[in-house]
Design a protein around this ligand. Structure first.
Ligand code: 1CP
Length: 340
């Protein structure tokens, strides 16, 4: 056997089947995860490396996927910045002291990456137990800034886009600070053993291409350029049909797509010298298994067996998804893409 299929696909090398992993493959849809969460808060779980590693490994093994993803959260890096991160039960994440103007941005400390040592410990513990490659991850700076500025999740990102458009100097200072933090954090994960990394720019699809080019692209590019060489970078976003060329220009070996684009048309725009990840609608996993298989076949059909396709959902596994449907999806990818 050559390299693991997941890493081979990230490098656009041939593989015996299309590799598959799923965003949020560890989480609330699993009874074992819910049992762990009944005794540990989310932040506590993330900060207990043995248990976070167990959650990482359990998801990968149960599903038979081709890669594991570190169990952590994109918002953890905000905690040492002293902005009051809390994962409030039921309501999603809250930032108690949001950062909304030049003075607050100036006062935001640089990340001391030593504060994230527990994540490196999780990476090491997971690697020791895993048979498949481990993906590390971080937010891309726009998506991280959106939580920091809004004070939590948002539907319209008014304050974030408002800051970007009305005080571009302050915005740039914020993005530069976050980009330095995120590059150091990802390199910490890589040094601990992460074999690929994914940048989650989950909410960047709310931007006009001109704003992306002026206010986001340079900072993503700075992160990608600062990472240890030789480790594949997956650059993911949702709602990015208007931004694909810009995302490609910003960097990454593989571009992660959501279901709102045809994978083949998106790949044609990106060019065949880059990999593509995606892009089944997570809602499809609620359908009966024969329908799941039909939809998996449709995504694989659009990829056409080309080198460089990593199968995934277009966003995370939904909490309501039956475990056997998730497994059926993974099995279908392997069966229907087998080239052995
Ligand atoms: O209550 C719980 O148990 C916590 C739910 C939960 C989980 C399971 C949160 C809170 N984070 C996570 C894990 C997580 N988050 C992973 C683990 C690895 C895996 O994929 O299996 C990853 C990669 C993330 C990344 C993440 N966190 C993103 C990017 C991906 C995406 O969904 O777009 C985002 C936006 C977050 C913020 C966040 N953390 C948690 C929640 C509920 C949210 C979303 C809040 C919102 O909608 O704004």
């Amino acid at each position: 056997m050559g390299a693991a299929p997941f890493l081979a696909a990230c490098r656009r090398e041939p593989t015996a089947h299309t590799p598959v992993w799923l965003m949020r493959q560890a989480g609330r849809y699993q009874p074992e995860y819910r049992a762990i969460r009944a005794r540990l808060g989310f932040l506590e779980l993330c900060k207990t490396p043995e248990v976070a590693a167990e959650v990482t490994v359990m998801a990968a093994e149960q599903l038979g996927v081709d890669a594991a993803i570190l169990f952590a959260d994109i918002l953890l890096v905000l905690e040492p910045l002293g902005v009051g991160l809390e994962f409030a039960a039921g309501d999603g994440p809250v930032i108690h002291r949001p950062v909304r103007d030049a003075a607050a941005i100036d006062a935001l400390p640089e990340l001391d990456v030593a504060a994230m040592a527990y994540v490196a410990d999780t990476v090491r513990a997971a690697r020791a137990a895993l048979k498949v490659p481990l993906i590390g991850f971080a937010a891309a700076p726009f998506t991280l800034a959106s939580y920091l500025v809004e004070g939590g999740g948002s539907r319209d990102w008014l304050r974030t886009k408002g800051l970007m458009q009305s005080d571009p100097g302050a915005w740039r200072a914020l993005m530069e600070k976050l980009a330095r933090a995120l590059a150091a954090y990802l390199n910490l994960q890589i040094d601990a053993g992460a074999q690929a990394v994914q940048l989650f720019d989950s909410w960047v699809g709310c931007l006009a291409p001109d704003d992306y080019r002026a206010h986001v692209l340079p900072h993503v590019r700075a992160i990608v350029g600062a990472l240890r060489p030789g480790v594949p970078v997956i650059h993911f976003g949702t709602g990015t049909a208007g931004l694909l060329e810009c995302q490609r220009a910003a960097g990454g070996d593989v571009i992660g797509l959501d279901w709102r684009v045809d994978l083949d048309a998106a790949w044609a725009r990106l060019g065949d010298d880059i990999g593509v990840q995606g892009n089944l609608d997570p809602v499809a996993l609620l359908a009966p298994i024969p329908e799941i298989r039909r939809r998996v076949a449709a995504v694989l059909g659009q990829a056409g067996g080309r080198r460089g396709h990593v199968f995934n959902l277009g966003h995370g596994v939904l909490q309501q998804t039956p475990v056997d449907h998730v497994r059926a999806c993974v099995d279908a990818v392997h069966e229907l893409s087998s080239r052995a």
